[in-house]
Design a protein around this ligand. Sequence first.
Ligand code: HEC
Ligand code: HEC
Length: 214
Amino acid sequence: MKHIILFISLLAPVLANAGPSTEVAWTPETLNLVKKGDLAKGKKLAESCAGCHGENGVSALSEYPSLAGQVANYTYKQLMDYAKGHRVNTLMTSIAGGLSEQDAADLAAWFSSLTPPPAKQGDKELAKAQQLVEAGDGKRIIPPCFTCHGGNGRGEKMDVPALAGQQADYTANTLLAYKKGERHNDIYSRMRLIVQQLSHDEIKELAQYYQQMH
Ligand code: HEC
Ligand code: HEC
């Protein structure tokens, strides 16, 4: 907890100059919209996502993220961010642009109801990544990933995504996108500031680590 408070206090100067990272605000109305997402409608809408994100929301392609078991608020926020131009991707921008807020809530509820992707077998020791996930690095002011993403990597609190079982190539790419500032839809720059401190090798190892987490 101490780490987090220190960390957040260090963000203040960055925040002062930053434009909005998102238009999603976690008001009671928005939280309720997602909570009450219609599973049957979400399931129907999700048929058009299966070609890329997999039949049951478990992607078969290493650069396409799995959506199954994802925290619903997180999925809703990403869809809105793509739709409003706060997160940019050639494929997702136009797809999300065609969704209403209600559609996004229904899809988010549906995907969160599905079984999360299974852990992939790994053959390597990932000691460095484990250290960062469990203990962080005080010298570089990196808080342990688990404090936000959960001890089991299933995400937590409000809009923090699950990472366990996620395609490692996708995870590494999106972390690099935060590092380069190409992805900037994280509220309070929470991820950008952390990733800035990570080397490319650490990013790759962390992506592998989470793919293997069960
Ligand atoms: C043509 C392929 C394609 C289709 C169809 C597609 N997606 Fe995607 N989706 C992608 C790719 C590629 C990414 C990763 C983009 C990036 O890095 O920003 C992505 C990312 C996402 C993300 C962000 C995931 C995360 O972990 O941050 C969400 C949410 C998402 N898609 C939802 C959907 C939904 C819902 C549909 C159907 C309505 C859909 N997608 C249809 C290719 C597709
Ligand atoms: C202070 C809380 C916090 C900490 C600590 C944290 N994260 Fe995050 N992370 C977030 C939030 C919040 C998001 C969602 C941001 C958004 O809305 O785009 C996120 C997003 C991500 C994503 C994008 C997931 C996706 O599906 O696209 C990855 C990957 C990630 N974090 C990895 C890590 C790793 C690895 C660490 C440790 C080195 C870490 N995070 C530490 C809060 C945190």
